[in-house]
Design a protein. Sequence first.
Length: 364
Amino acid sequence: MLAVTEGGGLDLFSHKAESLMGIDISSTGIKLLELSRGHSGLKLESMAMVQISRDAIVENTIIDSMVVSQALKDALAAARPSVRNVAFSVSGNAVIIKTVLMPAMSEFELESQIAFEADEYIPYDIDEVFLDFQILGEAPNNPDQMEVVLAACKREVIEDYQLVLKEAGLEVKCVDCCVFCLENAAELLHGQAPDGGDQQEETIHALVNIGANLVNINILRNGRSTFVRDQFFGGQNLTEEIQSAHNISFQAAEEMKLKDFSAIDPGALTGFYEGLASELVRSLDFYVASHAGLPVQKMFISGGCALIPGIAQEMKERLGIETEVLNPFSVIQSSTRKFDAAYLEKIGPMMMVPVGLALRSFDK
């Protein structure tokens, strides 16, 4: 996790507990969420979703800051959260995440050397990025080395997002990576990151968040992240398939997707499923290339596309991998006076990333 420090830098993987609101800012809208924790578990305190125009954010670059800032203000007015400190996430070409081998040393020693060590793996000038790390542990079969996760994001990207959040009256405390938000939320659902139970057997599970134009993938080995990747593909591809099949505008295709799904030409759905399966296979091939003999046993999907009827079964049949849709609200309590239970059940899979962000409030 990237966390803003007193000096204005960023400190990934910080474990300082602080009340935070999770905000997921994407090319299609704002999703924000606030949680509290009591003796009976986690409770949903506030939540809102606000759409933004298609061209306000393009591939993680804020094109129209006024539109994004206003959407944030509208979301805050709807949610009425009790905190103004926030955590938000980055993904896609905005962030670089690598698991690397480094000489064994203490966290303190690595902190003083991280810029030098990371220079080999980060394709930007170190002065142009925010950088942090987390030591995973001793490298397999080599006690003289350790596995380290490096994460870096270009400063200009973070600063642009900080600016629109500040304009909305919010203070950034943490900047996380979408793939790690998924892992954090999955731990909530399973008591730990999905690991299948029997610790004597290798368990390889994939967390796959399918948004409007980006797929976030985090493959876990025995509950620990071992491979991450973002692919540019998502619900927008389905909209384009509908647009082509029905010869209608993009906006009309979006309306059909959301409000009249049963009327969609089956060929459009088939085209989308084939494209999605192809993208996932490409990522799985990259994973297998460096993890031979450890195939993914189960896939957990989330994001807006997880709401597509029958998508889990489609992916199971096309990939040959058992697939399940994740819904964080199955384990988060909520007041029936403030939130409609049926609505939460419906949108839950879309909220994995903001839930993962909000959970940073409870890091120890």
